[in-house]
Design a protein. Structure first.
Length: 358
């Protein structure tokens, strides 16, 4: 039988409360976190043999590169620190978009567990074109350890003769509907100037804040502050372990127009939610305390100070699941008593027994 917990240390043990209401921040990138953004790993080569990409039906891997920058390279756009395409690399060849993908792994939670089944991610994106007909693609991909898509949030500007732009949320593919259809919102990629017929209210220089919340199969995302909820049972138990940033360059990009003058991810804050709550329980078996195991009557008591009380309090909860009271069989028996590994002075043990007459 075992009393207490083998997971305890000399000071005590972390014990589950049975509640799932804890949140842990696993990734936090701010606009000026140069070092954090530059820790992103270019994983585009993983998808070099996959055309189209498994989560973007009109895209393929290319040699684009991304970086933290204070503003877009070679752009007339406004200052906007964050993660940008660096304006180098090939356009799409076999597919409409040539893309790069950068991975930002999530840290382990305080219990040493990897990833999050339920999460909330707050992020900021901005887009702007100075010439009608500029193009560009940007997406946040929430991925599993084996590079399967949990969900994605993208901005896609593909038209070369107008400002029409799409924001897409999906659990399967940013370019085509799966079993659960994509949700799309459209706007013009202006800066929400007065008089615009289709203003960019969600991703202009004064806005850009969005969030995604995943709880089991339910996903809630925002566009321009308005939440929308979709359900995908196939994603209920998927564990997100990394956030990836994708940038794309259009195959049909016009030389006289070029890429969008601003397309940036400014911030990402990822929180694991509905995590199991633990509490730290102090080690009550201090020096001088007494534990009494009554095998005959099936009772366990604990006495914190035998000099103050002769009878301890019931301590049945300290009996580890699967343990049982036992009797000593006829003949010679050998009893072994072990203490936790951190114990430097073994406890004093007294055994009492009585003969059983049959």
């Amino acid at each position: 039988m075992e009393i207490g917990t083998s997971a305890s240390g000399s000071g005590g043990a972390r014990v589950s409360t049975g509640q799932w209401d804890k949140a842990h921040t696993l990734l936090n990138l701010s606009p000026s976190d140069t070092a954090g953004w530059n820790k992103g790993v270019n994983i585009t080569s993983k998808f070099a043999s996959q055309s189209p990409l498994p989560f973007a039906n009109h895209a393929e891997a290319s040699d684009l590169r991304a970086e933290w920058a204070h503003r877009e390279r070679g752009s007339v756009g406004y200052d906007c620190p964050g993660f940008h395409w660096n304006r180098q690399g090939q356009k799409g060849i076999g597919q409409d978009w040539g893309c790069c993908i950068y991975e930002f792994p999530l840290s382990l939670d305080p219990e040493g567990l990897k990833g999050a089944k339920d999460f909330r991610c707050d992020f900021n994106m901005k887009v702007w074109e100075s010439k009608v007909g500029q193009t560009g693609l940007m997406a946040l991909l929430f991925m599993t350890d084996d590079d399967k898509l949990v969900c994605a949030y993208s901005i896609d500007k593909w038209m070369t003769d107008r400002q029409h732009t799409a924001q897409v949320f999906t659990t399967t593919d940013i370019h085509k509907d799966g079993p659960v259809p994509r949700v799309m919102n459209t706007f013009d990629s202006n800066n929400n100037e007065p008089g615009q017929p289709h203003p960019n209210i969600a991703f202009n220089s004064n806005t850009g804040g969005c969030y995604i919340i995943k709880e089991g199969p339910k996903f809630t995302f925002t566009y321009a502050g308005r939440p929308t909820t979709v359900t995908d049972p196939s994603r209920e138990h998927m564990v997100c372990t990394k956030v990836c940033v994708l940038f794309g360059r259009m195959k049909f990009e016009r030389p006289d127009k070029g890429h969008l003058d601003l397309m940036v991810v400014q911030s990402i804050k990822f929180q694991k939610i509905n995590a199991e709550r633990y509490e730290y329980v102090s080690n009550k078996y201090n020096k001088g305390s007494e534990v009494l195991v009554d095998m005959e009557n099936g009772r366990l008591t604990f006495n914190a100070d035998p000099s103050a009380a002769k009878i301890g309090v019931s301590s049945e909860g300290d009996l580890v699941n699967g343990s049982r009271y036992f009797s000593i069989p006829p003949g010679v028996s050998e009893l072994e008593i072990h203490s936790s590994a951190f114990v430097t002075q073994p406890p004093d043990v007294t055994l009492e027994w009585g003969e059983a007459w049959l």
